[in-house]
Design a binder for this molecule. Structure first.
Ligand SMILES: O=C(O)CCC(=O)C(=O)O
Length: 309
């Protein structure tokens, strides 16, 4: 099944994607589109695509209206911090022109990620049942679950990394679900993936395992030990990476209802939110694994800002 995406209609020359002060090249050998997958093709075919590409973008996997309602619930709470433009519908997530009180935002966010409503969103039956099938057993959802918002017009962008760096204390068969909570068209800076990089991440991790072998067990699994770069990132320079590995950054117009699954070795990053309508980018990233596999105990607590994971 082919699912049309908007990038092809947009004209790639209009895209000026920025991350960490660098502009991504729009040359066809450096920038491309992610391929969407119809969730109805069945779990075996989905697993094959995941193994082959390092990701699978499940189009319209969740009910769109429920995702948008949840967006409204989150921003309804955050509105009290001054994050949302007054008099607007929280479901739209329109940012206030004035920067909010960041301490109040952080406090509210830490409460939201501990809420029953968020827990329920992440553990909703369709997702839970699918993950059981996908992981061929009983799926386990890590307690440390992250919800991120990105204000438009800021320089916030996630540097390039692969997730296993932060989850080395357990199995390498962890699967990340990145879920847009609302539409995230390309210019709003959703996740971008380095094409074919799950092989690169696996190679890097093998090299780190060798270098880390003489460290204490605690240091060995740390993303911040002496052999790692700052923050455990692969790089902040996205255009250089595409050049260095002779590959492309793949981008997408994500919509509410989509679910992205990626391998713990797949290198990904985000670009800045340049939305002309001043919408906030909202997403969650959560990790699943088979409950029988070894669990990284460091992820057994709720996400806290500065928890160094
Ligand atoms: O949403 C982001 O900017 C980063 C998310 C991420 O790194 C992940 O899902 O693993």
């Amino acid at each position: 099944m082919s699912i049309p995406t908007k990038m092809t209609q947009r004209g790639e020359e209009q895209l000026r994607l920025v991350a960490n002060e660098k502009v991504l090249s729009t040359a066809p050998n450096r920038l491309g589109s992610l391929t969407p997958t119809d969730p109805d093709i069945g779990v075996a075919a989905i697993r094959r695509l995941y193994e082959e590409n390092g990701y699978v973008w499940l189009k319209g996997f969740l009910p769109r209206n429920e995702v948008i309602e949840f967006r409204g619930w989150v921003f309804g709470h955050l509105a009290a911090t001054g994050l949302i433009a007054s008099g607007t519908d929280p479901r739209d997530g329109i940012a206030s022109a004035v920067a909010p009180d960041s301490k109040a935002v952080d406090r509210c966010l830490m409460a939201l990620v501990r809420s029953v409503a968020y827990e329920g969103f992440c553990a909703q039956p369709r997702l839970a049942r699918f993950m059981d099938e996908f992981l061929a057993g009983i799926s386990y959802l890590h307690k440390r679950k992250i919800m991120r918002h990105v204000r438009p017009g800021t320089t916030t962008a996630t540097p390039a990394h692969y997730d296993l760096v932060y989850l080395r204390g357990g199995t390498s068969r962890v699967v990340t679900a990145w879920i847009p909570i609302g539409d995230i068209p390309i210019e709003m800076g959703g996740l971008t993936y380095l094409e074919g990089s799950h092989a690169i991440g696996a190679r890097m991790e093998r090299d780190f395992a060798k270098q880390n072998s003489d460290l204490s067990p605690e240091e060995r699994v740390s993303a911040y030990n002496r052999n790692m770069t700052e923050g455990g990132w692969v790089s902040k320079d996205l255009p250089d990476m595409a050049q260095r590995f002779d590959t492309r950054w793949l981008v997408a117009d994500y919509e509410a209802g989509d679910v992205m699954l990626h391998s713990p070795f797949m290198i990904h990053a985000s670009t800045t939110n340049q939305d002309a309508h001043q919408r906030l980018r909202l997403s969650t990233d959560i990790r699943y694994q088979n409950v029988e596999d070894e669990i990284d105990a460091r992820w057994n607590n709720h996400w806290s800002l500065g928890d160094m994971l």
